[in-house]
Design a protein around this ligand. Structure first.
Ligand code: ZN
Length: 223
């Protein structure tokens, strides 16, 4: 299936996208990971993107669309994907429609994960990352057994620039203004499935899979 996963920063999109990809025997395309990799390698795109990410702003549409176009071209005719982190604006959603129409491979569903904002702030501001192996921890819900060091490689953990409290509030405001309108966009196209994102990771995955399997059966019935 071809799925877009939507939700505010901190809602658990990355984790759920990985689990959905595994369940569906497909892959997760994470634009956040692609961007961070470009930043790490200091490619021209990475250098430009970092300026926006550090401020909690969205990376410009043209940059994001170029990045996704490459990824989707490599997936044409294969077994779908879970798109995580894109689209984030109406302009990006329009561009995605065009790309998918070219390949005649429309989306099957757009899954929206809902979690209230206070919980998102708590989740994001407690996040700590290993700068070496990229493992992610949480000061409350998933602390490292090695304290301030990464339990896998011993490197001192850091708070990513985009997880600092003031940046988190900015990211949530940007989400409300620019990404939240996508819910109506996909609702009117009959693609939106909204899911309660609170609670156990596995329970949330199950909540997503149930309506997805129904959507899959309906499609099989139509064709
Ligand atoms: Zn590490």
């Amino acid at each position: 299936m071809r799925i877009v996963l939507l939700g505010a920063p901190g809602v658990g999109k990355g984790t759920q996208a990985q689990r959905l990809a595994r369940e569906g025997r497909t892959i997760r395309i994470s634009t956040g990971d692609l961007l961070r990799e470009a930043v790490r390698q200091q490619t021209p795109l990475g250098v430009e993107a970092k300026r926006y990410m550090d401020q909690g702003a969205l990376v410009p549409d043209a940059v994001m669309i170029g990045l996704v176009r490459e990824q989707l071209a490599a997936r044409t005719g294969r077994s779908g994907y879970v798109l995580d982190g894109f689209p984030r604006t109406i302009a990006q959603a329009d561009a995605l429609n065009l790309l998918l129409a070219e390949g005649r491979e429309p989306l099957d569903a757009v899954v929206n994960l809902e979690v209230d904002e206070q919980e998102l702030i708590r989740r994001l501001s407690g996040r700590r990352s290993c700068p070496k192996c990229q493992r992610v921890y949480h000061t409350e819900s998933a602390p490292s057994s090695s304290g301030a060091q990464c339990e896998a490689c011993g490197t001192t953990l850091v708070q990513r620039d985009d997880d600092r409290a003031e940046t988190v509030r900015k990211r949530l405001a940007v989400y409300r203004d620019q990404t939240r309108p996508l819910l109506d966009y996909y609702r009117t196209r009959g693609l939106l499935i909204s899911i309660d994102g609170l609670g156990d990771v596995a329970a949330v995955t199950d909540r997503i899979l149930l309506p997805l399997s129904q959507a899959g059966r309906q499609q099989a019935g139509r064709s």
